[in-house]
Design a protein around this ligand. Structure first.
Ligand SMILES: Nc1ncnc2c1ncn2[C@@H]1O[C@H](COP(=O)(O)OP(=O)(O)OP(=O)(O)O)[C@@H](O)[C@H]1O
Length: 321
């Protein structure tokens, strides 16, 4: 059985104004990449700050490899990239990493060996001797990543690690996270870049107003829809109404489906089922009407669609207050 890397039990932070996060219970296994999602102000950073020991919970408890959050022992096991980072601008990039290495207790000889490796890893290879004052925001974020990895920790907490990066930088970070995952690191990722989360994370949690709405594997949350797509030939518009009436289901014509050429003869229909078994019934109706059934598959929701549909209609604080 996989060891539990991060656990939180009813972890709560109330800033005194009713904001923060409420009663969050989750477990992240060793080697797992866990995506923590939610709209602005949902409480994601607050939750991570409790786990890394920067703020004290109002209630509940948590542990890192079984060690209480906030303790020095727990802190030895992770690296952390905060959402808002600010490094000593009078130091060079190398000196900032050196400082973090020494604060983490990395031996001097080991730190010297790691610094050029880390600079290369985060794409700052040639700029290590420049002062932070001369770094762009994106370069400082890359520096922050290097600092989070300096002790080669088994767990990394990354709060929006690519928020300041251009598309190339984002791709670099995506690759870096994949590499870390392949090396068995546990990754706790707060991010609004849902495409990256979908590619990297094993499980995701969705937070709103400080509370968890849903937790599950990426596959589960994306496949929970009951929408099916059917590619049919010999379609005529009147058949749509007929299909709806005969099946009693909502069936619509998709204007065009991403990634497929628009063919003259074949169209995509989308059906909403109440029960998966209805798909066989619908297929037989399509064939009965003389249409050709080329393909039938369950519609896969993108993570951003899932995010929007899960949060839509609920009140949420943050930037929209
Ligand atoms: N120190 C504080 N004192 C009072 N309220 C706070 C404090 N820090 C955060 N909050 C509030 O707590 C809520 C959660 O904030 P938090 O920064 O955790 O959200 P988030 O999900 O990380 O948002 P974002 O995606 O914008 O980074 C927000 O309503 C915020 O205004």
């Amino acid at each position: 059985m996989t060891r539990q890397a991060i656990t939180a039990h009813e972890l709560t932070k109330d800033y005194g104004n009713g904001r923060g996060c409420r009663s969050i219970t989750i477990t992240v296994g060793e080697g797992e990449a866990f995506g923590f999602l939610g709209p602005n102000g949902a409480g994601k950073s607050t939750f991570v700050k409790m786990l890394v020991g920067l703020i004290r919970p109002t209630q509940g408890h948590g542990a890192i490899f079984g060690l209480p959050i906030g303790s020095l022992e727990a802190r030895r096991h992770f690296g952390y990239l905060p959402e808002l980072y600010w490094y000593q601008e009078w130091l060079s990039g190398e000196e900032v990493i050196w400082l973090h290495a020494r604060l983490c207790g990395v031996e001097a000889s080991e730190a010297k060996r790691r610094i050029p490796e880390l600079l290369d890893l985060v794409g700052l290879g040639l700029r290590g001797k420049d002062r932070v004052k001369r770094y762009s925001k994106g370069m400082q974020q890359r520096l922050g990543l290097a600092c989070a990895l300096v002790s080669d920790p088994p767990i990394v907490f990354l709060d929006e690690p690519a928020s300041a990066l251009d598309p190339l930088g984002r791709r670099d970070v995506r690759e870096l996270l994949r590499l870390m995952k392949a090396r068995g690191k546990t990754i706790f990722l707060n991010s609004h870049l849902l495409e990256d989360v979908e590619l990297l994370c094993d499980r995701v949690a969705l937070l709103n107003n400080g509370q968890i709405l849903q937790v599950g594997t990426v596959a589960d949350v994306l496949h929970e829809t009951s929408r099916w797509h059917l590619r049919v030939g010999g379609f005529a518009p009147f058949l749509l109404a007929w299909l709806q009436e005969a099946s009693g289901l909502t069936v619509r014509l998709l204007a065009h489906r991403e990634g497929t050429a628009v063919e003259e003869d074949a169209v995509w229909l989308e059906a909403e089922l109440e029960d998966e078994e209805q798909i066989g019934w619908l297929n037989s109706l399509v064939i009965e009407q003389g249409m050709t059934l080329y393909e039938v598959k369950k519609a896969k929701t993108k993570l951003d669609e899932w995010f929007v549909s899960s949060v839509a209609g609920r009140s949420h604080r943050g930037e929209r207050e």
